[in-house]
Structure formats: structure tokens, C-alpha cells
Design a protein around this ligand. Structure first.
Ligand code: PLP
Length: 386
């Protein structure tokens, strides 16, 4: 079965590429040292760790000392948000307010809920109907007690790109730390921590053809963030645990390839546009989120009367992998908080599909997706009570 699969759920996860896998293999074999050990095997591992950190720093516009490896994008987000909130409140007990948005990933939303239970006040800014966060709305939410502003760079469900440098221009003069979840930005748009002028930024390996279970948190020098995991002094004493060198090496290779391929996203965009054009021919169909302000590979559509979960099952039976929103929420039948936040009516929000493409998808696959979605929508609508 897996040979005939069309994988169009690349915002959910991606296949580890051959080149990434090859770059990881030495670290499962001969280069097995612990980077902290003071002997030749340790020195060899430590040099590889330094090289990966330096490469990632260079690709993001950071310095190696500002790059911290984590066990996932979720961990990097938890660290940035909770670490900054507690550090701010410790230095000034009045600093208890955080601004974020209604359509963040659950790693952010649930980190903020945990802080709320611990006395922090949270303001979630509403995106526009196009799925963009307006700098004016963020500015209007500021308080003298604001300790952090956190806005994702690219939304994971609708793929919309946020005006990060305009947002950080609001916080910078006020000396409020700014964090961006760039998990969906990596490989889709250029990322540079100085162009964006952010204080913290998170990325995750498995969205860019590296393995699951590896992430990076960039922390700008001088940003006050509490240490995250107590342990043996790894990651400058801020995140304990022996480094996952194979995955770290894989992430460095993946980010290098993803950055080099940014200039060829036009082919992916052309496939995506064809899918959107063809599927919008179906009556009572809408595209969710701005058409032009989204990453190249994302199409998120709602087909009134055809429930997302039913569509997924029909498409799965045809060997096509897509999603109805974020993979993490796929078990949860509540309507997508992202679609509701941009004002998609609840009955339309339940009828959504996210098709997310990468360089690996072909024209032939796009045609098969169009045909299979059309067939599934027509079949389900014919028996729907909506
Ligand atoms: N942030 C966004 C925008 C995501 O899309 C994801 C993954 O779904 C995450 C964070 C979480 O990353 P990870 O799966 O590495 O924990």
C-alpha cells in the first residue's frame, strides 16, 4: 500500500530525506562519543556538535552561543514562553501580562494556559479574516506590565505568513521580549533573526525532512530566559541531557537544504494554485486564509456539507494523505480554533481539508488529488444531512 501513497500532509510532518539520513548515519556508528567526554571519542563528537550548531547559527543569522537544541518544537516553545514569563516576573513582580494570538499552535496556547493558571494574564489577539495578525492590534494590547509578545511566523493550518519584523518593531523600543514560533516558516520562507529582529525563535526538524524529536530554540544574547532542564551542564547549562547528536546533525543538514531550496518554491506554488483553482470550481467551496499571503505549499479549503473527517477517510482509502487541520488536533472533533479565529462559520470549519505540498510532490500527484477530492466531496455531499 505505501508504494502508491500520495503524501500531501507535509505541514503535519515530512519524510526524512536521503541526504539527511546519510548525514546522520556516522553518529549511530563510529562517531558515538559523548560530546562532554574529555577523550578522543568525546572530542570527535564535540567537534561535530559545534559544527552543527555553527551551521544552524549561520543559516538563521545568529551566533552559535545563541542556538540551543531541544527535544521538539513543542519543547522549544514551552521554554521560550515559560522561561521568559518566569524570568520577567522574577525581576519585576508586576510583569505578568503576555500577548499572543488566537490561532497559535497548541504548544503555545497550552503553555499560555499553564501560565494563566499560575497568575499570568494573557491577551490573545484576533487575526484578520485573511489570517494575518495586525501590528495595530498587537500595539493596542500592550500594557506597562507586558512581559512577552509571542506570534507565530507562519500558521500551521492555513499557511498564512505574519509580519514579524513589523511586530518586533513594536516591542523592541519598549524592551519587551518577542518570540516567534517559526516551525512552519522553516523551508517555506527566508528566516533571519536579525531581519526579523526577534529575541527568540523556535524551529522543528520533522517539518523540514529531518527526524521527529529534535528542535532548536534561538535565544538572542542578553534575553532573560529561565533555564529549562536541570542536568549535567549541556547547552551552556540551560538545557540538561546528553545531546542527540545524530538528530542534531540531521537537522543542520536539513536546514541547509531547505534554505538552499527556498528559491525553487515556484514549482510547488504552481501545483498548489492548480489545486486551489480546480477545487474552487466545486460549488459552496471556500479557501481559508489569504491566497497570496500564504506559504507556497499550503491549500486549506472548506467544502460545505462534506465533513472533513469523512473526506479524510475517503482520501485515505484512495491512498492520499492530507489533514483536516493540525495533526495534533486530528483526534479531537472540535472545530479548528484556527478557522474559527479567522471567522470561518463553524459548519464550514468542520468541512475543511489542508493539503500541504513540498518539492517532492509532482504534477501527476496534484491531478490525482484534485480528482480524488472532487469525487469524495460529491459522494459525501450526496449523503450529507447538512
Ligand atoms: N508549532 C507549529 C506551528 C507546528 O506546526 C508544530 C507541529 O505541528 C509545532 C509547533 C510543534 O513541533 P513539534 O512537533 O516538533 O513538537
Amino acid at each position: 500500500l505505501t508504494n502508491n501513497i500520495i503524501f500531501a500532509d507535509n505541514a503535519g510532518t515530512t519524510r526524512v530525506s536521503e541526504q539527511v539520513l546519510r548525514s546522520m548515519l556516522p553518529f549511530f556508528g563510529e562517531v558515538y562519543g559523548n560530546p562532554s567526554s574529555l577523550h578522543p571519542k568525546g572530542f570527535e563528537a564535540s567537534a561535530a556538535l559545534d559544527a552543527a550548531r555553527a551551521k544552524i547559527a549561520q543559516l538563521l543569522g545568529a551566533t552559535p552561543r545563541e542556538i540551543f537544541f531541544t527535544g521538539s518544537g513543542t519543547e522549544a516553545i514551552n521554554w521560550a514562553i515559560k522561561g521568559t514569563a518566569y524570568a520577567a516576573r522574577k525581576s519585576d513582580p508586576e510583569k505578568n501580562h503576555i500577548i499572543s494570538t488566537e490561532f497559535e499552535h497548541h504548544a503555545t496556547i497550552n503553555s499560555l494556559k499553564a501560565l494563566e493558571r499560575d497568575g499570568f494574564e494573557i491577551t490573545l489577539v484576533k487575526p484578520s479574516a485573511d489570517g494575518i495578525i495586525s501590528p495595530e492590534r498587537v500595539a493596542a494590547a500592550l500594557r506597562p506590565t507586558t512581559a512577552l509578545v509571542s506570534v507565530m511566523a507562519v500558521n500551521n493550518e492555513i499557511g498564512t505568513i505574519q509580519p514579524i519584523s513589523e511586530l518586533s518593531a513594536i516591542t523592541r523600543p519598549r524592551k519587551i521580549p518577542f518570540f516567534t514560533d517559526a516551525v512552519q516558516a522553516a523551508g517555506n520562507i527566508p528566516i533571519n533573526v536579525n531581519d526579523w529582529d526577534v529575541d527568540m525563535l523556535a524551529i522543528s526538524g520533522h517539518k523540514i525532512h529531518a527526524p521527529k524529536g529534535i528542535g532548536v530554540l534561538y535565544i538572542r544574547r542578553g534575553t532573560k530566559v529561565r533555564n529549562f532542564i536541570d542536568g549535567g551542564g549541556q547547552e551552556s547549562g540551560r538545557r540538561g541531557g546528553t545531546e542527540n547528536l545524530p538528530y542534531i546533525a540531521g537537522l543542520a543538514t536539513a536546514l541547509e537544504i531547505a534554505t538552499a531550496k527556498l528559491c525553487d518554491l515556484d514549482r510547488v506554488r504552481t501545483l498548489r494554485e492548480r489545486i486551489i483553482d480546480e477545487l474552487l470550481r466545486l460549488p459552496n467551496t471556500r479557501l481559508n486564509g489569504s491566497r497570496s499571503g500564504r506559504v507556497a505549499g499550503n491549500a486549506n479549503l472548506s467544502f460545505y456539507g462534506a465533513e472533513g473527517e469523512s473526506l479524510l477517510l475517503d482520501l485515505a482509502a484512495a491512498g492520499i494523505c492530507v489533514s483536516t487541520g493540525s495533526a495534533c488536533a486530528a483526534q479531537d472533533l472540535a472545530a479548528s480554533h484556527v478557522l474559527l479565529s479567522i471567522g470561518v462559520p463553524v459548519e464550514w470549519a468542520h468541512c475543511s481539508l489542508r493539503i500541504s505540498l513540498t518539492h517532492e510532490n509532482t504534477e501527476e500527484e496534484a491531478d490525482k488529488i484534485i480528482a480524488a477530492v472532487t469525487k469524495a466531496v460529491n459522494r459525501i455531499r450526496a449523503i450529507s444531512t447538512l
